[in-house]
Design a binder for this molecule. Structure first.
Ligand SMILES: [Zn+2]
Length: 177
């Protein structure tokens, strides 16, 4: 009895996951994407992350603790505290912004069986006085938000394009070999 109930939940969960991937290519629970561009001394990072990964829910906060968690996550993303740049590059954060989308109460009632997603986007703009020293950087998203199992970083720099896949055991993004 117990075993079949567990199996049912497992199947339901994997069906929901497959549904996510098919319907919204970019929305994969536990996986974030960062597009990084370095142009002269301008370094820009654009993050897209699902609610499940940064938090463990994708709906309006149900209590005070969830409201605090949502506000905290947004402020952490905006602060840039999840990025460590080489000191020698002399970068400063010129602008940081973050938004939580889809966590407000729905204006129309949600139909049974309807999938509603929520997530975060953030943008960080740095000015670096010595961009030559920007050969690698550390992005601690998988340790700051343990629900993020994978972070895909697409990079564009003067030396070309690259792609790094980060997880808790590998937080380093190499920009120049
Ligand atoms: Zn979702």
């Amino acid at each position: 009895m117990k075993r079949s109930a567990a199996l049912f939940l497992l199947l339901a969960a994997s069906t929901a996951q497959a549904h996510d991937v098919r319907q919204l290519g970019a929305h994969v629970h536990g996986q974030a994407t960062v597009d990084l561009a370095l142009d002269q001394g301008n370094l820009e990072l654009a993050l897209q992350a699902p609610g499940i990964g940064i938090l463990d829910f994708e709906r309006p906060p149900a209590n005070a603790a969830e409201r605090v968690a949502l506000a905290h996550a947004t402020s952490v993303l905006k602060s840039g505290s999840w990025v460590t740049l080489p000191t020698a590059a002399h970068c400063r954060l010129a602008r940081g912004s973050a938004t939580a989308d889809g966590f407000a109460a729905a204006t129309a009632p949600v139909k049974p069986g309807q999938h509603v997603h929520a997530g975060f986007s953030a943008r960080l703009q740095y000015r670096c006085a010595n961009p030559v020293a920007l050969r690698a950087l550390v992005m601690r998203l998988p340790t700051v938000f343990p629900g993020l199992h994978e972070v895909i970083v697409n990079t564009v720099t003067d030396s070309g394009q690259g792609r790094s896949v980060l997880n808790a055991g590998n937080l380093r993004v190499v920009l120049a070999p």
